[in-house]
Design a protein around this ligand. Structure first.
Ligand code: HGY
Ligand code: MN
Ligand code: MN
Length: 407
């Protein structure tokens, strides 16, 4: 029986959700547990109600909308992603997977189909980890990777306590995280990179996801007068930070597979004529090979010691995140490849460069991902774009795999 996806509603909802948290830079910002995140959550819950889904919220604010199957004793099939964003974000990252999940349930509802196995659409909290680290937080708690009590006490980059914000927006649920262990987890997501477009391929069958290392590096030097202090007498935290940034780029270049990003840096006192007293920077490193990622971390640690001695500054590093590379479930990957082939869509097997909730749920259930192309490989940027045709193709694959798994 062919079931039709109401793609018009899915695309309209993507645009509507994309308008929530609109910011000055023509993107949207819905940082976890903030007011805009609440607005997005309220909108998603309203759409779940429209589909008469059974809605539950757990203690870290993960939202689950369930279409109950004919045999509730069976572990559910879970599809989903996240709806929180980075700063000045695009409108597809995460939201596409959640709203395509709703579209799949809408199609089953419209066809009057009650699957044997319940199907849950999940919107995991704080996948981006911009305001509160670590990222993929909600799914990590579900997977038992971090304790919910510990997470509720995390202090954000804005000094707020996570648990207070979660309660303030009204999403501190009762459900114990992780009680819903899925039979399988599927995540549809934009690629956020250039490969599918470059290879003119419609569907990415994601078999692996690379390792992630986040650390915060604090450099303490000596503030001094920019005009009177000879170079030899400087203990310049700003210069040391620049040396670190240059070093990690070189390290990545020489490795051939490691990626390194210093995405945020703060100087203090941050004045034009004062040699920086302190520099606080974050370092995001990734590699599909865990050993190479560990080697990169070790090289950085050694370099920090070298530059500290050379410049006469003190440097400390605090690990924020260390997630190993993930190999997704091979039979699920095969189902995605098979469904894609039957739909006559082009495909390529690939490794995810970005982190995703699937990498956490893979700890407790078979998981895999489906990618669609990102125009010019741009993401975490308002220019993030995927064509309607590609969005529809991805959702069609998701529906097909759900039907295969529901048999
Ligand atoms: O950092 C990541 O890869 C994801 O966007 N949270
Ligand atoms: Mn995402
Ligand atoms: Mn993201």
């Amino acid at each position: 029986m062919t079931i039709a996806l109401d793609t018009a509603t899915m695309l309209a909802q993507l645009t509507q959700l994309g308008a929530i948290g609109h910011d000055a830079g023509d993107g949207r910002t819905r940082l976890a547990f903030g007011d805009a995140d609440k607005q997005g959550r309220d909108q998603l819950v309203a759409w779940m109600h429209e589909l008469s889904l059974d809605i539950t919220i757990d203690q870290i604010g993960n939202i689950f909308g369930t279409l109950t199957g004919s045999d509730p004793s069976l572990a559910p099939l879970m599809i989903g992603s996240h709806i929180d964003t980075v700063i000045n974000a695009g409108m597809y990252d995460g939201c596409y997977g959640v709203l395509a999940g709703l579209a799949v349930l809408r199609a089953l509802r419209s066809a009057g189909i009650v699957p044997r196995r319940s199907i849950v659409v999940a919107a995991f909290s704080n996948e981006e980890g911009v305001r509160y680290q670590p990222d993929m937080m909600g799914s990590l708690v579900c997977a038992g990777g971090i304790d919910v009590a510990q997470v509720l006490d995390v202090i954000g980059t804005d000094g707020t306590r996570l648990g207070d914000e979660l309660a303030r927006i009204g999403y501190a649920g009762d459900l114990t995280p992780g009680v819903v262990v899925p039979h399988a987890y599927l995540e549809l997501h934009i690629e956020q990179g250039p490969l599918l477009e470059y290879h003119a391929t419609q569907i990415g069958v994601v078999a692996d996801l690379q390792g992630i290392s986040w650390q915060q590096i604090t450099i303490n030097g000596v503030a001094n007068h920019a005009g009177t202090t000879p170079l030899a007498m400087r203990h310049d935290a700003g210069w040391a930070a620049a040396a670190v940034i240059t070093f990690v780029r070189q390290l990545a270049q020489e490795s051939g597979s490691t990626l390194a990003t210093v995405g945020s840096i703060q100087f203090s006192p941050n004045a034009i004529n004062v040699i920086p007293q302190t520099a606080v920077l974050t370092l995001d490193m990734r590699d599909p090979d865990d050993q190479k990622l560990s080697a990169a971390e070790a090289h950085v640690a050694m370099f920090l010691q070298t530059i500290a001695a050379q410049e006469g500054v003190t440097i400390t590093s605090q690990r924020l995140v260390r997630f190993p590379a993930v190999h997704f479930d091979e039979s699920l990957v095969a189902e995605i490849a098979q469904a894609t082939a039957e739909l006559g869509l082009s495909q390529r097997q690939m490794t995810s460069g970005a982190g995703h909730d699937a990498q956490m749920i893979a700890r407790i259930a078979p998981a895999a991902m489906i990618f669609v192309p990102s125009q010019a490989g741009i993401s975490h940027n308002p220019a993030e774009y995927t064509s309607d045709a590609d969005l529809i193709a991805g959702a069609t694959v998701l529906l097909a795999v759900v039907q295969r798994l529901s048999r």
